[in-house]
Design a protein around this ligand. Structure first.
Ligand SMILES: [Zn+2]
Length: 119
């Protein structure tokens, strides 16, 4: 990247300019948002935890206490009729939670809008 003030070539993740007093104030939040995506996905090992981490507390709670028991119950239900193959629903659900939390806006950031369906 280049410094927006003086045009000095800087490292892509540079927070300050070596040549002038520019600091990456606005973009720092975006960088943290991207970092938290990875953490949120990791936290989604427990479905819902990643959503809570991102500030979507209600969605996270729903996933953890409603969505996951329902997914497990559904998987077991299907599994009884499909000689156990229904249990494969669980990894799909799990992946969906991880993809969703990755795509979700970090609610901690101001002035972002992911459609409002989760607010
Ligand atoms: Zn500069």
């Amino acid at each position: 990247m280049q410094c927006p003030f003086c045009g000095t070539t800087l490292a892509d993740d540079a927070a300050t300019c070596n040549n002038c007093d520019w600091t990456r104030r606005g973009e720092l939040e975006t960088a943290e948002g991207k970092a938290s995506d990875a953490i949120a996905v990791l936290l989604s090992v427990v479905p819902g935890l990643g959503h809570i981490y991102k500030g979507h507390k209600l969605v996270g709670m729903m996933l953890m206490f409603v969505g996951t028991p329902m997914a497990v119950g559904l998987a077991l239900l299907i599994a009884t009729g499909t000689a156990g193959f229904g249990i494969l629903v669980l990894p799909v659900f799990w992946m969906a939670v991880m993809v969703h939390v990755y795509a979700s806006q970090d609610r901690v950031l101001p002035a972002t809008n992911d459609g409002g369906e989760e607010y």
